[in-house]
Design a protein around this ligand. Structure first.
Ligand code: 5GP
Ligand code: MN
Length: 339
């Protein structure tokens, strides 16, 4: 985003606008944190603003300031359609292709409002008038901080905005440990704490509110963990029956894939989760070093994401999906063993 773009957006926001802000389907901490952080900023600028999420999200995100204002497309599509069609400006955050919003794809494709994309995923589509797309960024929340700063308004960041942005930086960096975490990230996090983000409370709210059943489900996932040493890979499966047995709730499997990567010497980890409702196996892939799970997912699992974290899906059975994963691994053995 160049100076001219920023000047144009500043001009655009100098008068009251009808604005909608959209995160991706199955929103995570960065998607909810960035949309609500931007929401608080724009509301204070006196605009009419709505965050429209494609669907529900985990309960460990439901304490974030502004949470109660979020509309969900899957249960409130009429009002969401009206707001999208009426919007002067449509911000799309933490994704870069309309299909990532699920059922909102067609209304967004046909919408007339001016689009502003703020996102850190690879290979963005070309739908936005203004694009702030940077794959080196730790998180969309970090980008929202930069966005507000570029608009010359960092002094307007209050404890609500700071709290929202802290959540997404924390969750997308695995609590400040992934490669995407830079000294700049830490500088911004320090500023957010100064502005009122209570870091200790935020960590507790997100990570220490597990149900007993969620930990039992984690135990099941770890029991199912398999290692393929020659490919330096590990994978976990969770069947629909196993999810039901532990009373699965949205978000319960978040982060489980990372346990594979915590094994000594493992550089590729996968989790395969059966979703009979959607008729798919949801896949999460994680890697260390330069091995790109984004490319692996694009090539084989109808997905994408970042170099070290990507998602995808399969329409095969759970068993067949795992077989496919195991069968493609040898083609990556060189790359995996050179990490
Ligand atoms: P997760 O494995 O946590 O669902 O996703 C990891 C990363 O990949 C996230 O940044 C997420 O937005 C992205 N991602 C997940 N699923 C998909 C997908 O189906 N397509 C694309 N392009 N990105 C995905
Ligand atoms: Mn993100």
């Amino acid at each position: 985003m160049n100076k001219q773009d920023i000047a144009s957006i500043k001009e655009l926001l100098s008068t009251k606008k009808k604005i909608v802000i959209i995160p991706h389907k199955n929103p995570d901490g960065d998607a909810i944190g960035s949309t609500l952080g931007l929401y608080h900023y724009l509301i204070r600028g006196n605009h009419k603003v709505h965050v429209l999420a494609p669907n529900d999200y985990p309960s460990f995100l439901k304490w974030i300031p502004g949470n109660d204002t979020i509309l969900k497309y899957d249960s409130q599509s009429k009002i969401c359609d009206a707001l999208i069609n009426d919007a002067d400006i449509i911000f799309t955050l933490d994704f870069n292709a309309f299909h990532r919003t699920g059922n909102m794809e067609s209304v967004l494709t046909e919408s007339k409002g001016l689009k502003i994309m703020i996102d850190h995923h690879q290979a963005p589509d070309d739908y936005a008038t203004y694009m702030f797309s940077d794959v080196t960024m730790s998180s969309t929340c970090e980008m929202i901080y930069h966005f507000i700063d570029m608009l010359g308004d960092s002094q307007t960041i209050d404890s609500d905005i700071a709290t929202c942005l802290y959540v997404g930086i924390m969750t997308d960096t695995g609590s400040f440990r992934f490669r995407s975490t830079t000294s700049k990230t830490h500088t911004i996090v320090a500023k957010l704490i100064e502005k009122g983000a209570n870091n200790n409370e935020i960590h507790n709210n997100v990570y220490d509110t597990n149900s007993y059943e969620r930990l039992q489900l984690l135990g099941c996932a770890l029991t199912n963990l398999r290692v393929i040493p020659e490919s330096r890979a590990a994978y976990i499966t969770l069947s629909q029956d196993e999810l039901q047995k532990y009373n699965y709730k949205k978000g319960d499997t978040e982060g489980v894939v990372n346990y594979g990567l915590s094994l000594d010497g493992i550089v590729l980890a996968a989790i395969f989760i059966e979703d009979k409702n959607e008729g798919i196996i949801k896949i999460s892939l994680r890697s260390k070093g330069n091995f790109s799970v984004n490319e692996m997912s694009r090539a084989h699992f109808d997905g994408g994401g970042h170099t070290n974290a990507a998602g995808g899906k399969s329409h095969l059975s759970l068993e067949k999906t795992v077989e496919k994963f195991i069968s493609i691994l040898p083609t990556y053995n060189n790359a995996l063993n050179n990490e």
